[in-house]
Write a protein that binds this ligand. Sequence first.
Ligand SMILES: [Zn+2]
Ligand SMILES: [Zn+2]
Length: 252
Amino acid sequence: MALLDLQRRVEARVPLPACALNVDRGPVVPQPGRALLRFEDLPIEWSDARYLLRATADLLVRAQALEDDDHRRLLALSREGHRLEPLVEQWYNATTTWDPQGFTPPRIPPELEGFDQLFAVALRPYLFRCAHALAPQLDLSGWRDSRCPMCGGEPELAVIAMSGERALVCSRCGLRWPTLEDVCPFCRNDDRSQIKSFASPDGRYRLDACDVCRRYVKAYDERSAPRPAMPAVDTIATLPLDASAMQRGYRG
Ligand SMILES: [Zn+2]
Ligand SMILES: [Zn+2]
């Protein structure tokens, strides 16, 4: 929760992105395999971002989600002038192009693998701000990729609306895009007998695990819930579902 507070504080200070897509040409249709937001579009103010990276690293290392060695390396880099910026850019560029078939993940340079989660979490306020500002210009009706068209992130939650429509929510920028029921978003397996579902006791959350690619996605069903989905809260509330899926050999 300390992390959410920190991100909210920074997000409130992030300026509007200078990356307005060209509205004159009508709605933007994203292309599979490449995120719309380029690194230079992000309104990053580096003194804020360096602070956010250090503070996020402190929290992740305490939660044992960042190795001590990577933590020390990050602190050293953040003290040395402008050495962090090109690394964050390199990481972002590596994670925003991918195989649209979904079989090979983006290639992160080996020296940056330890920073993957840290960079993704620390860039969230900037990505959220951009996604929120630009989402109304997108035509997502045909988007069937497992990754986010805005930033290339993977979905962290599916939301089932009162209308029964399903959307995936990006783990990095919060953008939502439509998805189909009973289809694995990662490998597009649509054989219902190859998808196992687990539900929370109150029926509010569900987890669909695919036996073809062994991945799973959690879902929040607004039809049987007293409030709309709140992905930042719901992903934490569903950690017991993650644990039971991982015990069965599935991956989030
Ligand atoms: Zn995204
Ligand atoms: Zn699958």
